[in-house]
Design a protein around this ligand. Structure first.
Ligand code: FES
Length: 109
């Protein structure tokens, strides 16, 4: 496999820190990756429609990641979220822009 496509993430959940290796297009979204590797119940309840906000994460990265579409910003603002580092993981592609980032999963799922 081509190492240039490797994407390394640090995922922090329930006080634990996990290193995750993945590849572009291995998962359709960051939410799908998290659900597959860490959570099942209560996370990503709307299945990636951008409506439930149960897939919220904090993204810490030096790189610029994709902007929010209207659906994501509307769902986050309904939750009172104005911090641009807090995103709906179902709306984020796992691509090079997330390489070397830290993803913090809230314990409210
Ligand atoms: S899975 Fe519901 S908003 Fe992301």
């Amino acid at each position: 496999m081509d190492n240039r496509n490797e994407i390394l993430l640090k995922i922090i959940c329930e006080g634990g820190e996990h290193s995750v290796n993945t590849y572009r297009n291995e998962y359709r979204s960051l939410m799908a990756l998290i659900k597959d590797r860490f959570y099942s119940d209560g996370f990503g309840e709307c299945g990636g429609m951008g409506r439930c906000a149960t897939c919220m994460v904090r993204v810490v990265t030096a790189q610029e990641i994709s902007g929010m579409d209207r659906n994501e910003s509307s769902t986050l603002s309904k939750q009172g979220i104005i911090d641009p580092c807090i995103r709906l993981s179902c709306q984020l592609f796992v691509d090079e822009s997330l390489h070397d980032s830290t993803i913090i999963i809230f314990d409210n799922a």
